[in-house]
Design a protein around this ligand. Sequence first.
Ligand code: CTP
Ligand code: MG
Length: 180
Amino acid sequence: MVGVLVITAVWAMLPAYVPNNIAVVSGGSRPVDGGRTWAGRRILGDGKTWRGTIVGIAGGFLLALGLNSINPTVSTVVGVQLPIFSLGAAIGLATGAMAGDIGASFLKRRSGRERGASFPGLDQLDFVIGALCLAALVASDWFATVFTLDIIAVVVVLTPLFHVATNVLAYSVGLKAEPW
Ligand code: CTP
Ligand code: MG
């Protein structure tokens, strides 16, 4: 029972999980805020670039389409009918995840944290909040069917654990400057 919830939650969140990781490996180039400041601090900082943002969103979107194509096979193998991503869901999850991450950088800069500083709680859930809110907005029927309250609970508990684990891994192989 719990296993079904976890498998469904992870599957439904994969298009929201990957954009940040893809941004880490594809990042660089011009910062989204163009170097501009607000009240003496960068609006977003050099950690949010156009390339990372665009490649990250595209990666999450394409992953959703890829998951749709292997859905029948995986559903049969695991014995759970996994959700199919509508186009709106794919766009909402991937774009919302990046928007949540960017929103968190905005809040970090406003609270005086330099690029790369940790903000426990926000760092682990910013992209979940962004992805769920945007998916609910642009694909409301899909969202209501897939993200039932028990699934949302599993996502909120498991995501910080996944996030910490992947970031420690990315740090240890030299992809990220900090382990958060
Ligand atoms: N990245 C990017 N564009 C994004 C998000 C991330 O280019 N929209 C890349 C940047 O190279 C960034 C790295 O991925 O440095 C790690 O992402 P993250 O931890 O979100 O950024 P930080 O550098 O830690 O900056 P911040 O303090 O604003 O989170
Ligand atoms: Mg960071």
